[in-house]
Design a protein around this ligand. Structure first.
Ligand SMILES: [Zn+2]
Ligand SMILES: [Zn+2]
Length: 344
């Protein structure tokens, strides 16, 4: 089978032919029809952490057809269409046993630690990482495995906070932020304020359900804070921060009302100084969120199957070595209006 691997840091993806793996035990071989492209892969390609061992077959938003199964596999048959939960752990520790592979200390994610979606097929270590996506566009389904799951795990953390009505603020409306707004709308939340520096993206946020739009570009922070407090009628019950710079973290914290919760998701990075007295006196919570569990992915897929989740914009490109390289170049340049999905 063909794989489209990065052979050295910063290089283009190169096509090579490898022996097609034969699944054993609980392993499942999935022929990829759709492979989403995540910004994480831009960092993998350039080895931003300096800790990677090349070659790497990246790509972790994978959907396709089961073409072979190991002798211990149950519930999945050749010919089935499946979405892959790529966040696989060791399979034996307490986290993995509890269905929290993404919290495993010995993570072995597909598309990072194991070969992933930039290939003709992927070897999935266990059938418990596969989900039925009958009835959903498989291109959209692929994006649920990382973008959808990350956004869902974050937004569900701010729901049900004390405060009626719930006033939710979403900071940053790139791919993840738009998905967060689509999910909040699907979950019946309509008091959503989108904060973003780009007017075009703010308009996309509106079409997906954001009631209030705040452009934070030309401002040191004070006017943005005032605009959010105005839009939310005095403060947010929940803030999901998809940027998570020092500046946006402070902004998110400052617009919380009593019992409010800030959920940092973005990996922009930075430092923040907080007025510590506000944390006890306003009973505030700060809870980070990073990807999500298999159970949460199943809930996102069910939401998509219900028809309530509006598909976010998808840009299709070919699943080839050039397709991988072009997609990552475009993502790095920030010129993509939506999620790129490579299609076989
Ligand atoms: Zn991702
Ligand atoms: Zn584990």
């Amino acid at each position: 089978m063909k794989v489209y691997a990065f052979e050295e840091a910063g290089g283009a993806a190169r096509e090579s032919e490898i022996r097609t793996p034969t699944p054993s035990g609980h392993e499942v071989l999935v022929r990829l029809t759709h492979s989403g492209v995540c910004h994480t892969d831009v960092h993998l390609r350039h080895d931003d952490t300096g800790a990677l061992a090349f070659p790497i077959v990246a790509g972790h938003e994978m959907a396709g057809e089961v073409v072979a199964v190991g002798d211990a596999v149950t519930g999945v048959r050749v010919g089935d269409t499946r979405l892959v939960h790529p966040w696989t752990g060791c399979g034996t520790c307490a986290h993995c046993a509890a269905g929290r592979d993404e919290a495993c200390a010995d993570m072995r994610y597909l598309g990072m630690h194991r070969p992933g979606g930039y290939a003709e097929a992927v070897l999935v270590p266990h059938e418990r990482h596969l989900l039925d996506i009958d009835g959903i566009d498989p291109a959209f389904a692929a994006t649920l495995a990382c973008s959808g799951l990350t956004a869902y795990s974050a937004v569900t953390k701010v729901l049900g906070a004390v405060g009626d009505p719930e006033e939710i603020v979403v900071i940053g409306t790139g791919g993840l932020g738009l998905m967060a707004i689509a999910l909040l709308t699907a979950l019946g939340r309509h008091r959503i304020t989108a904060v973003e520096i780009n007017d075009e993206r703010l308009e996309m946020a509106r079409t997906l359900g954001a009631a209030h739009l705040v452009n934070s570009a030309a401002d040191s922070g004070e006017a943005t804070r005032a605009a959010i407090l105005d839009a939310t009628g005095g403060g947010a019950t929940g803030v999901v921060d998809l940027v998570n710079s020092g500046q946006t973290a402070r902004l998110g914290f400052d617009v919380l009302r009593r019992d409010g919760k800030l959920v940092p998701v973005g990996l922009f990075g930075g430092d923040v100084t907080l007025p510590t007295g506000a944390i006890p006196s306003k009973r505030l919570t700060v809870q980070g969120s990073y990807i999500g569990t298999f159970a949460e992915l199943a809930e996102v897929v069910d939401l998509a199957k219900s028809g309530r989740l509006a598909p976010t914009p998808i840009v299709r490109r070919p699943l080839t070595a050039a397709g991988v390289t072009d997609a990552l170049d475009a993502l790095a340049a920030g010129t993509v209006p939506g999620r790129i999905v490579l299609t076989a």
